[in-house]
Write a protein that binds this ligand. Structure first.
Ligand code: ADP
Ligand code: ADP
Length: 218
């Protein structure tokens, strides 16, 4: 699970996240909703140990990312930061990450298959379409078969088929009992994807609720 506790992150004079607390439990898709600039990416980066909090904590399975044993086997993420070297093939990118994180090579073929990139495995990342790069980012997230998954604005720029595919994937991951947190600035997207909602604005918690409480969906 994910446990954000009184998380604050300041960049110079900007408070990106302000004493934010919430938990994400296994077996559901939790939508992380808020306008652009609300602090969603900053929070996810803190969970992944890519940013050091100014104060407070962002924990995965009760630990800071830096203290996790085999982090990629516990948490995977689709972030802009996953942008792979454009000159490498999709296969090389995944093999390299698998080697660094001591994940078996067979898993690389499995995730390429799972995201529908098997036939593009030998294409250079720089030549992949946005949708395919998004799929590669998801393959990275899934590589370690982690129980906790974070997706930062995963449907941005995708065609309708890609959007449906990502929604179904997130629901399937949650149905397997995984913890899934997905960010978006669109309520309409969250209604179709999430069960629970954590809504933030200006770095602060606005609501921690369910989608059915906000809509007529029962
Ligand atoms: P969201 O993901 O909800 O769009 P972000 O977490 O990206 O929001 O940004 C929250 C706030 O923090 C914004 O005001 C943004 O400009 C600021 N911010 C984010 N990253 C940095 C950074 N590396 N340096 C300075 N300000 C940043
Ligand atoms: P490097 O290979 O540069 O030594 P990592 O293997 O830890 O470092 O990370 C490579 C890339 O994967 C980085 O862009 C980082 O943002 C991203 N990353 C790190 N941890 C995860 C994770 N658990 N899930 C998805 N991407 C991650």
């Amino acid at each position: 699970m994910i446990d954000v506790k009184q998380l604050t992150k300041r960049y110079g004079g900007t408070t990106a996240v302000d004493r934010l607390s919430f938990q994400v439990r296994p077996g559901s898709v939790t939508g992380f909703l808020g306008p652009n600039g609300a602090g969603k990416s900053t929070t996810m980066r803190a969970v992944l140990g890519l940013d050091t909090p100014t104060s407070g904590q962002a924990l995965v399975n009760g630990r800071r990312y830096a203290d996790l044993a085999h982090p990629m086997r516990q948490v995977g993420a689709l972030l802009d930061a996953n942008a792979a070297h454009p000159g490498r093939t999709a296969l090389m990118h995944l093999r390299c990450l698998a080697r660094t994180h001591r994940i078996g090579r067979a898993r690389v073929a499995d995730v390429l298959d799972q995201v529908g990139l098997a036939s593009a495995a030998h294409q250079r990342v720089g030549r992949l379409s946005l949708g395919m790069r998004q799929r590669l980012g998801i393959a990275v997230a899934l590589l370690g078969d982690p129980g906790v998954l974070l997706f930062d604005e995963p449907v941005n720029g995708l065609d309708p088929d890609g959007v449906r595919w990502i929604r179904q994937l997130m629901r399937a991951l949650a149905a397997e009992g995984r913890t899934v947190l997905v960010s978006s600035h669109l309520m309409s997207e969250m209604e179709l994807t999430a069960d629970r909602l954590v809504i933030i604005g200006r770095g602060r918690l606005i609501a921690d609720t369910t989608v059915s409480e906000l809509t007529d969906r029962y």
